[in-house]
Design a protein around this ligand. Structure first.
Ligand SMILES: [Zn+2]
Length: 237
């Protein structure tokens, strides 16, 4: 079967993290079967993951960048097969300007797409969450222990997924971005940066393949009507 370049694969939902359904329910090897590029988190919110050119990396809460094994388990992750098209070169532009330029260049805000930006960023600020154990607490409580990292100037790759508003809850509506420095000594879930100089490329999807952890009894038995899913996602993300 040829790799499908227009499908975004997602395991789990952001919503299941909210009440603390943090069991690892997908192996890295199985995520890589659905893409050579991606982002995610480990069991118990164990760090921030980024997959580039088929190699999965974890940025842990100590700020270390680790190679991820095939048996590493995840509650939530995205992957796809890279087939990016160059979108533009940017020179010392701010994050809001970048977002405006991107939204004016992409055809529509109503489908999923990925952005890959290779370049140099100033005041790049990231976070990574330490792994928690059972019994798991809510996303808000678990994420409150996150570590913050900042680099004045750093060269690397930003990988982002854009999700349309109507999928808020299944994903984060808008952009969800992770970063890895070229020298592999910095990265994480992006909280912000000041300016970027580099190349922006773009890949649009027409299909979301949503996989759910149907063999996980905690997930299958959970009553989501008692949770403030959207409120808590926007507090934590
Ligand atoms: Zn993230």
């Amino acid at each position: 079967m040829a790799d499908n370049k227009t499908t975004l694969y997602q395991h789990g939902t952001l919503a299941l993290l909210v009440p603390g359904l943090l069991d690892g329910t997908l192996k890295m090897a199985d995520l890589l079967a659905h893409g050579d590029t991606g982002i995610g988190t480990g069991e118990g919110l164990d760090g921030e993951l980024i997959i580039l050119d088929g190699t999965p990396y974890q940025i842990d809460s100590n700020g270390r960048v680790n190679l991820v094994s095939a048996n590493f388990m995840m509650p939530f992750a995205n992957s796809h097969f890279a087939d990016y098209t160059p979108l533009m070169h940017v020179d010392q532009i701010t994050r809001p300007t970048l977002q405006r330029r991107i939204t004016s260049k992409v055809a529509s805000a109503n489908t999923f797409y990925s952005l890959k930006i290779t370049g140099t960023f100033t005041n790049m600020e990231t976070r990574a969450v330490p792994k928690s154990g059972q019994p798991y607490q809510s996303l808000a409580k678990t994420a409150a222990n996150q570590s913050h990292f900042i680099r004045e100037t750093v060269t690397g790759t930003l990988l982002s997924y854009y999700s349309p508003q109507v999928f808020d809850g299944a994903a984060v509506a808008g952009f969800h971005s992770h970063f890895l420095a070229d020298d592999h000594d910095f990265g994480g879930h992006i909280l912000g940066f000041d300016q970027v100089t580099g190349d922006v490329s773009f890949q649009q999807f027409d299909t979301l393949e949503q996989h759910l952890p149907t063999t996980n009894t905690a997930y299958m038995g959970h009553d989501f009507t008692q949770d403030d899913i959207l409120g808590d996602i926007h507090q934590a993300e």
